[in-house]
Design a protein around this ligand. Structure first.
Ligand code: FES
Length: 139
């Protein structure tokens, strides 16, 4: 890789906030083979997630949140399925109402929304209380 290409990638990563991320949420949406929920349902969730993270100012700056649309997270039932890293907290039924709680309580507040958690597998292996990483008031 040339220095010029590396610098271009580093600029793209910097513009996306990579290096300042607090958490990364993956949401199964717009699937090629929709199994966990119909595409019409998962796409509404995805659009909501993108809109709310932007509205709340969570997509830029220190402690920002990265979001990725996944084609399938391999759970394939009771979706939309979402997972938040590095905590490794897996959610079922991630409709807009549930995503609003995930954003406010987990991504901002640092506490998983237990009502919708079905598995926990944090990167690094630590299970326990999660500190609030993004410290912004609810809107
Ligand atoms: S289709 Fe959503 S997890 Fe597989």
């Amino acid at each position: 890789m040339t220095d010029e290409n590396r610098e271009r990638l580093q600029k793209v990563a910097g513009d996306l906030g990579i290096g300042r991320l607090s958490r990364h949420i993956f949401l199964c949406a717009d699937q090629t083979n929709p199994k966990c929920a119909p595409r019409e349902v998962t796409n509404v969730s995805w659009d909501f997630l993108k809109k709310r993270l932007a509205e709340l100012g969570l997509v830029q700056g220190e402690g920002c949140v990265y979001r990725t649309k996944a084609n399938c997270l391999r759970i394939c039932e009771q979706g939309p399925i979402a997972v938040v890293y590095p905590d490794g907290v897996w959610y079922h039924s991630a409709t807009p109402d549930v995503l609003e709680r995930i954003i406010q309580e987990h991504l901002i507040g640092g506490k998983p929304v237990d009502d919708f958690v079905f598995a926990v597998s944090p990167l690094g292996g630590q299970v326990g209380n999660l500190p609030p990483i993004v410290n912004r008031p609810a809107k």
